[in-house]
Every structure is written in C-alpha cells, then in structure tokens.
Design a protein around this ligand. Structure first.
Ligand code: AMP
Ligand code: GLY
Length: 431
C-alpha cells in the first residue's frame, strides 16, 4: 500500500513511525512532514490545509490510504473531497469535524444527549456574554467558538479577566471569525485525562488512556500550550472510570451524532476532567492528540493500518487492540519563548545519540533540514515552537520518566525549554 500522512507535527511523526512498521505498507508520503518523517517517508511540500493540492497529489500517486493528522483539513472538508473522488481517507467528514471546529456545536450536542460537561451559556453578543459573567461570577471559563490554535480558551480567575477575554474574542476579533460566538462555562476542578478512541460511527474502540500537560511551566503554571508532554496509561483513569466514560460519554456522543444525521468515523478525542461528581467533558477533538499520540503509539502492539481500514469500511466491530504493558512518557522540548514568539533555524545537537538507547524514540515536531540530504545528525534545525518529543518506555511510569529525562539530557539546542515534571501526577498512584 501507498499511504499519505497529512501534517507536520510530533503526532504525524509518530503516525508515520507506526505505519512504517506495518507489513501492508510499501511507501509512505508525508505532507508537509518534518525532519523526522523525512527518515521514514518521502516528504511532500504541500501544506496540510491545502486540500485541493493534497487531492491532486493523492490522485497522481494513486495513494491507497490517506491519514489526516491535524484538525484544519478535517474542518475544511478534506474527507468529503477525497471520498467524492473515490479515495480512501481516515478521518471524520466536515459535518463530524464540527465537534472540534465549533465549541458551540459540540456543546449543543452534549446538552441534547445528556453528556456530562460543564454548565454553560452560548452567546453571539458581547453584552449578553458579559451580563452572564456578572451573574455567574468567577472563576469562569471563556471559549471562542472556532479553531484558535489552542489559544481560544481562557480560564479566568476574576470577572474582569473573563470580561476582558470576551472583549478580546468578540470585539477585537483576536481569533477572527472563530470569535463570532463564545461558550462561557463553569470552571471544573479535578485531574484531566485524554480519552482517544477509534470509531466507525457505530462501534467504539478506545485506545490506551493518557494525560497531557497543557501549561508551559512546571506545576501547571504559565500559559496554555499545544501540550508539553504526555504519558500513557493515565492511572487516574481506572478500568471502572474508563467504562463510565465509554457508557456516559463516547457511546451517547457518537449515537447522538448519528441521530443528527452525522456518521462520525475516525478518531474521537474526549478531553475529560475527572471531578468529584465524575467525569465531565472539557472538549471534543476530531483527531489524535498531540503529544498524547506519541506515548500511546509507542505502546500499541497491533498493526494500525488494518484498524484505519476497518474504520473506513465500517467494520471496526469489537476489534481488540494489543498494548505493551509498559508505560510510556513523552517530554516535549520547545523553542525558547514558546508559546509566545520564538526563533527558528537553530541547530539541534545530540539526536543521533538516542539511537543507542533501547526503548526511546525521539519524535520530531517543529524540525527542518538545512540540506536536501537531511542527514540525521548535523543537518537538523528547529522549525517550530514544539521541536521534539522524547518518548521512552519503562516498566513503570517512574522508570519511563527517568529514561525519558536521561535521553533529554543528551539533546541540546539554544533556548531549549522543557518541563521537568512530566508524569509526576501519575506517581502518587504508583506509590
Ligand atoms: P479546551 O481546548 O476546551 O480543552 O481547553 C483547553 C484547556 O483549558 C483544558 O485542557 C483545560 O485545562 C482548560 N479548561 C477548559 N475548560 C475548562 C473548564 N470548564 N474548567 C476548567 N478548565 C478548563
Ligand atoms: N494535546 C491536546 C490536543 O491534542 O488537543
């Protein structure tokens, strides 16, 4: 098979890495890819949201299966476009991708089908949003409706902070049309977990649980990022809780979408807050999580390609996925200044030293090559905010953490930043 992976982050490198292990696969392309995917796939310089050029490429190369990483092409309708041309593609159609493309839409479905989530109001006028904030008081959470590159959610400690957020989103239009509507909701308290599942619109097969680290600094301080690290499994998600999430969240959500006339196929990602009252949904995404995918796929023993095909063909049924019993931890190395302004083109040293370490993989995110040869050693430079995801397997979370950080110590680039406490929340369950 010839497979095209769309995207250029750590998630896509992990997908390419996993797909490359499938005996069904002869050739992988990645658009646009990074310096990591270049070593396993042929990078194609088409941006991931240029869906017309992707279609043209897939037709020309007779791609057998396209796997879409990021949300933007899904929301833009890449799946509808490819399907119309008879091309096989993994991901939800545009109608389904709204669960991520519109927080208002996701909230309306959750409310209609009684899926546990924060109490909220939906507003199209700033005045009404501000009145609601004044009525509800703080802390309170303000969310821009549309895609805002992870920056459209403000967890406000004071009423003033929330009102400022409404003005930024709805009046200054900081996120463009993504801010025409807002969701304002109660702040939930608890531990977060990422629940990611395959679904063919009928059956649901959850992947191993995981936990992300959204804030840029240790102890969950500083602004939100795309994710500074992740581990799997997340011990906060006990078997009982997983069952509860399956029954109360995943199943009614997919069934609800079906009732609305939407056959949702692909990956369903539920961001969950485990509160004292039980699990509640923070958000739904229409794709694999990044960086959660890196530790999850390190642990997946089953071939992923037949799963993609089963989802597309509506034959997922009760397919079992085999998991490595070990834990995996991914530490993200970022450019200095991220999630704010940062430099690009900084040489990265030491990645090749990781090859000697057993059970460690460095997934590239924002990396590029200075020459077309793209030699793993001297040629690699930074090209984004999140640069690398150093991912290690260990017999326990603690061993995986230690191994990941030992590997991190071998890598260096100017301005490199990372959290020193990835996985720490899991340790209280291991003691
Ligand atoms: P979202 O993109 O909706 O997942 O929001 C990004 C992050 O903001 C989440 O991972 C949480 O850390 C935080 N967040 C979102 N909604 C809430 C909420 N209702 N209560 C507390 N924190 C929240
Ligand atoms: N790591 C969070 C996300 O992928 O949305």
């Amino acid at each position: 098979m010839k497979i095209l992976v769309v995207g250029s982050g750590g998630r896509e490198h992990a997908l390419v890495w996993k797909i490359a292990q499938s005996p069904k696969v002869d050739k992988i392309y990645c658009a646009p890819g990074n310096a990591g995917t270049a070593q396993l796939a042929e990078n194609v310089s088409i941006k991931s949201d240029d869906i017309q050029s992707l279609l043209k490429f897939a037709r020309e190369k007779k791609i057998d299966l396209t796997v879409v990483g990021p949300e933007a092409p899904l929301v833009a309708g890449i799946v509808n476009l490819f399907e119309k041309e008879g091309l096989r593609v993994f991901g939800p159609r545009q109608e389904g991708a709204q669960i991520e493309g519109s927080k208002v839409f996701a909230k309306q479905i959750m409310t209609k089908y009684n899926i546990p989530t924060a109490q909220s109001g939906i507003f199209t006028r700033p005045k009404e949003a501000i009145d609601y904030i004044n009525e509800m008081g703080a802390p309170i959470v303000v969310k821009a409706d549309g895609l805002a590159a992870g920056k459209g959610v403000i967890v406000a400690k004071t009423k003033q902070e929330a009102i400022d957020a409404v003005k930024l989103i709805m009046e200054k239009m900081e996120f463009g049309s993504a801010g025409e509507k807002v969701v304002i909701e109660e702040r939930l308290v608890g531990e977060e977990a990422s629940i990611i599942a395959f679904t063919d619109g009928k059956s649901i097969v959850p992947l191993a649980s995981s936990q992300d680290h959204k804030r840029v600094f240790d102890n969950d301080e500083g602004p939100n990022t795309g994710g500074m690290g992740a581990y799997s499994p997340a011990p906060v998600v006990t078997d009982r809780l997983m069952e509860q999430i399956d029954v109360e969240v995943l199943r009614p959500f997919v069934a609800g979408l079906r009732q609305e006339g939407i056959e949702y196929k692909g990956v369903l990602y539920a961001g969950i807050m485990v509160t004292k009252q039980g699990p509640k949904v923070l958000e739904f995404n229409a794709r694999f999580g990044d960086p959660e995918t890196q530790p999850i796929l390190m642990r997946m023993k089953s071939d992923i390609v037949p799963i993609f095909e089963a989802v597309i063909d509506g034959k997922l049924d009760d397919r079992e996925i085999e998991w490595d019993e070990r834990a995996a931890v991914c530490v993200v190395l970022t450019a200095g200044g991220y999630p704010g302004k940062y430099e690009k083109g900084v040489p990265i040293r030491g990645i090749e030293k990781i090859d000697q370490l057993d059970g460690v993989v460095v997934f590239h995110a924002g990396t590029g090559c200075v020459s077309s040869a793209c030699n793993a050693g001297p040629d690699i430079v930074t090209a984004g905010g999140r640069v690398l995801g150093v991912t290690a397997l260990g017999d326990s979370i603690k061993f995986a953490i230690d191994k990941a950080y030992r590997a991190v110590d071998l890598i260096h680039f100017q301005g490199m930043h990372y959290r020193k406490d990835i996985g720490k929340k899991a340790l209280k369950y291991e003691r």
